[in-house]
Design a protein around this ligand. Structure first.
Ligand code: GDP
Ligand code: ZN
Length: 439
């Protein structure tokens, strides 16, 4: 995004395309209230109205024709979303009305806003940091409650506060190291060196781990169901979905291709993949299916390994993913068990027994501790900065006092990148490029 024209008054339709009960056109910039005076006729002129108030009245075309009746909301700099004067016009939400209101705002001197430009102005005015701007984007795009919650925590500044806490620990050690340069014989006391750095490292490691959960909450997760033919994969998929999505048959080896189904599991958008049965086989089609199953499993965020609980247990063939990406499931729990294993969740697709526990186990495996109310990292940009900060703190802990300082300065730089107070312009632009017009 070019930075030219940031002094202009901008206008855009802020609500989604298509018809709706209410639509909003937003105008921001030094002439926003003058534009409003030209566009809106109410009990008083918008430019004479205090900030934080609204007027009821008529939205007018150039020739005085009433386009619609509606509200004009007045916000005054710096107490607005962008930090500038802002006028918002609420009218009926049809494209016909909104496009005429926007066109009139442009005639009156506003220019069309670029994608994300309202939020970019808020960022440049210091009303948001970059991680909060990303949270705005997250809130606009949130498809699930988990994603909404994370974005809302990010916007509230909870993430910024967490990062600041880490930064304070790093700064404490850095200050102690610098003091030591002046009085080398004193050395740096344990509580100024090891204690704060261990705390910073612990918190950073948690943040880095939360990035996966944050991204899962935002973009969803892929879950693969694997197991021998007839283990009950298709039946479990159907039971989780609540309807017949894949074909359930008593003949082994019928799911030769694979099926995908989307659902929400405990607030996480999940794509379930029902793979072909895992079985050592000479059948070419099936062998390809087995290979594909293992490939799909490799690409999944979590694998459910199903084993038939009504038959003697046989080890699953092939190379299984590591334990933290694998949940073991004993199927057909309504039948007399041929084996038990405390590490395997017992479920029955027929009675539904164990399904709530399975959903909870999936949620815990995907979101982990991150679910307990702290702010997470939700973008790869944030995760990258956190990983850099972590590696510098780790390096500082292994280095002698006179060398550790540089690593800690780098760690602080990475932390400030994370919240994005003084980041490069191109990084900022990359974030705002993902916004829609009107936000
Ligand atoms: P897949 O090959 O792993 O997809 O297995 P299916 O889902 O097609 O199931 C194979 C057979 O096991 C079918 O006859 C199902 O009706 C039966 N089956 C699956 N789940 C259960 C269950 O929870 N209880 C019982 N009693 N039978 C089941
Ligand atoms: Zn199947």
């Amino acid at each position: 995004m070019t930075r030219a024209g940031l002094q202009d008054t901008i206008a855009a339709i802020a609500t989604a395309p298509g018809s709706a009960g209410v639509g909003i056109v937003r105008v921001s910039g030094p002439d926003a209230l003058a534009v409003a005076d030209g566009l809106f006729r109410g009990r008083r002129r918008p430019s004479r109205t205090p900030g934080g108030r609204f007027l009821f009245g008529a939205l007018l075309a150039a020739d005085g024709e009433v386009l619609d009746e509606g509200l004009c909301l007045v916000f005054r700099a710096p107490r607005s979303y962008t930090g500038e004067d802002v006028a918002e016009f609420q009218s009926h939400g049809s494209p016909a009305v909104l496009s005429r209101v926007l066109a009139r705002a442009l005639e009156l001197g506003a220019r069309p806003a670029r994608p994300g430009e309202f939020t970019l102005r808020a960022y440049l005015a210091g009303r948001l940091d970059l991680s909060q701007a990303e949270a705005v984007l997250g809130l606009v795009e949130a498809q699930t409650d988990a994603a909404r919650r994370q974005a809302s925590l990010g916007l509230s500044g909870a993430l910024g506060a967490r990062v600041a806490r880490i930064g304070a620990n790093v700064t404490r050690t850095l200050a102690a190291l610098q003091a030591m340069l002046d009085y080398p014989e004193e050395g740096v006391p344990e509580e100024d060196r090891e204690t704060p750095l261990a705390a910073a490292e612990g918190e950073l490691a948690e943040l880095v781990a939360s990035a996966r959960a944050g991204q899962v909450a935002t973009r969803g997760a892929r879950l693969a169901l694997i197991g021998r033919p007839n283990a009950g994969k298709s039946s479990l998929l159907n039971a989780l979905l609540g309807y017949e999505r894949s074909i359930v048959t008593p003949i082994p080896g019928t799911t030769r291709d694979y099926l995908e189904a989307g659902l929400e599991l405990a607030g996480v958008p999940v794509t379930l993949v029902d793979t072909a049965g895992l079985r050592e086989t000479r059948d070419v089609v099936e062998a390809a299916g087995v290979r594909q199953a293992l490939n799909l499993a490799g690409a999944a965020d979590l694998v459910l390994a199903l084993e038939d609980g009504s038959l003697p247990r046989e080890p699953l063939p092939g190379e299984l993913p590591e334990a933290q990406r694998l949940l073991r499931v004993r199927t057909k729990a309504d039948l007399p068990p041929a084996w038990t294993d405390p590490a395997a969740l017992a479920v029955s697709a027929v009675t539904g027994a164990g399904l709530p526990e399975l959903r909870e186990a999936v949620r815990a495996a995907l979101l982990g501790d991150a679910a307990r109310g702290e702010a997470w990292l939700t973008t790869e940009r944030q995760a990258d900065a956190a990983r850099r900060a972590l590696s510098h703190v780790q390096a500082a802990r292994t280095l002698p006092d006179d060398l550790a300082g540089w690593e800690l300065e780098e760690a602080l730089r990475a932390l400030s990148d994370l919240t994005g107070r003084d980041v490069q312009e191109d990084v900022v632009d990359a974030v705002f490029r993902n916004f829609c017009v009107g936000k």
